[in-house]
Design a protein around this ligand. Sequence first.
Ligand SMILES: Cc1ncc(C[n+]2csc(CCOP(=O)(O)OP(=O)(O)O)c2C)c(N)n1
Length: 660
Amino acid sequence: MSVKFNQLSNAIRFLSIDAVQKANSGHPGMPMGMADVATTLFKYHLRFNPQNPNWINRDRFILSAGHGSMLLYSLLYLSGYKSISIDDIKNFRQLNSICAGHPEYKKGTGIETTTGPLGQGLGNAVGMAIAEEIYRKKFGSNVINNKTYVIASDGDLMEGISHEAMSLAGHLKLKNLIVFFDNNKISIDGSTSLSVSDNYKKRFESYGWTFLEVNGHNEKQISKAISKASKSKKPTLISCKTVIGFGSPNKSGKASSHGSPLGDEEITLVRKKLKWNNKSFEIPQDILDEWRKIGSTGAQLEKAWQDILNKKNPRIKSELEKNFINSDLGNLEKLIEKEKTKYFESKPSLATRQCSMAAIESVSTVLPQLIGGSADLSGSNNTKTNNSKIINSKNFNGNYIHYGVREHGMAAVMNGLALYGGIIPYGGTFLIFSDYCKPSIRLSALMGLKVIYIFSHDSIGLGEDGPTHQPIEQLAGLRAIPNLNVFRPADINETLECWEIALKSHNTPSVIALSRQKVPYINPDNSKKNKCENGAYTINITSHESNVTLVASGTEVELALKVQEKLRENNIHSKVISMPCMELFDKQSEDYKKDLMEENSLVVTLEAGSVTHWQKYTKNKELNIGIDQFGESAPYKEVYDHFDLTEEKITNLIQKKLRK
Ligand SMILES: Cc1ncc(C[n+]2csc(CCOP(=O)(O)OP(=O)(O)O)c2C)c(N)n1
């Protein structure tokens, strides 16, 4: 007897409810409700190959509603991915299990991105769909033509980030993006009518999307809608009317099925209702075979694609491999060396945001995979250069995205661009608005993605725009994120070096904080070595027996050098250390650290922002010079003076301290 459609989707339902029950925590309602939609997608439409989860032209499947993670794990196990076994499913939510509470990105497993914070997956999917357009334009539509499918919940669509990402997707007419909306009208607090009355049709049509509506438990309707969406010239939202906890006699359609185990008694009733006479975690062989058959067709799809690729110009294959597999950076090192020498000769005084623009302009000549952008601050962030070509809905043959005033969306889209593969995204806004990007930055770090955040106007040095725009605690907040390098270069030499490190950091995202105001050229010698790689290094010593060690970052290195001069006039010798990256310095050997910050010397740290994180370098916390209150609106030199950040005031403070 052939296997029926509902037996396939019930396999998802029971793996999900059994795993949640065994873990004694998790979310059964969503996988039960969306099992029919997911089965239809995998059975008839999704082009994927479980034998090779890294196939470049695979369709991407994103579970934005990450709480329904058991839906994804069930699909991956059933369709034959090696990454997830039945034992992994039995270990759902346990330490070291790939079946974590919420999906955690791991290359080559079928888990395409980390989701759980609602709305992020939608943003990632927009990035993936943009990446697909870029590569399709580059290599032709018979080489790259994958689709990006997303499952999003009520919560995903209530989050503000969904507006930013969906609006951008509509603007760019990302026709290969198809979102299934799990329209079950239930969230944690109960009916969605408690908190939302959006007209989704109008909402999505106003973004420039195609809007379709189906019964999310009707295979034919779902499949027809996917076929229709595939032909649309715009992104499509398929609103799937579903019942949360489908099949549960007492909990379906109710919030009680959302986020807790159904309980043994109720599970027995679901088994009865759905006529599933199998033990926990037991999938009858014929049903498993049918699922595996669905997965096995992917190998032929990939083979056919390989055949097409082999007939193409060999350049295409080698370029794909260069970008997707080897993360090739061309002759980046040589280029940076050349640039550093050039600026060593001219020693320009530039704002570090201008330095960054020079770095981008230069490296983009050897890195076509560098895709930049800004959240409507291109001219201020200096992210757009003479080599920038604008990407728009009619032409994806470019390397620059006008993200509009959508910082959160931009950051999530950048994660998606990086996840697609073969792209190094960078994007800018003011450092103060890094707070608007924070949830996505955290995910870049958690996933270990090479994403480069360009945050200009990095202190009170921006002046008259005042405290709303002057970052104080932002660097501290970013430095508190694990696996994120926060750079604050002091001149053009350091900016080039920080960019080089960011481009080479394959598993760590980077923030490059940049000044609005000019800084002098402070690099003491023309060294081939990338000095910023150690996080900190000595800029200048007035005597080898210095009593004071001044440690500063970015624009305050200039101030530290001025203080050093004043101290010298008073016969106090000192050493100035530039620390463009705390995270890298903290990883150095104890010897290197001690050599730089000698024990007998008074260590003074200096940065125009929160002193948190600097305190670890000083035995005496009194000489962490910074700002722990909101800024002021005034010309920037006056603001520095107001906060006692002048060479006279700092020198006096140090002298007083030494006299104690
Ligand atoms: C940004 C964010 N806020 C809050 C949560 C906690 N949370 C998880 S699911 C959910 C809403 C559940 O409703 P819905 O999205 O409709 O999912 P369903 O109940 O249909 O599974 C919330 C608030 C979260 N995961 N992410």
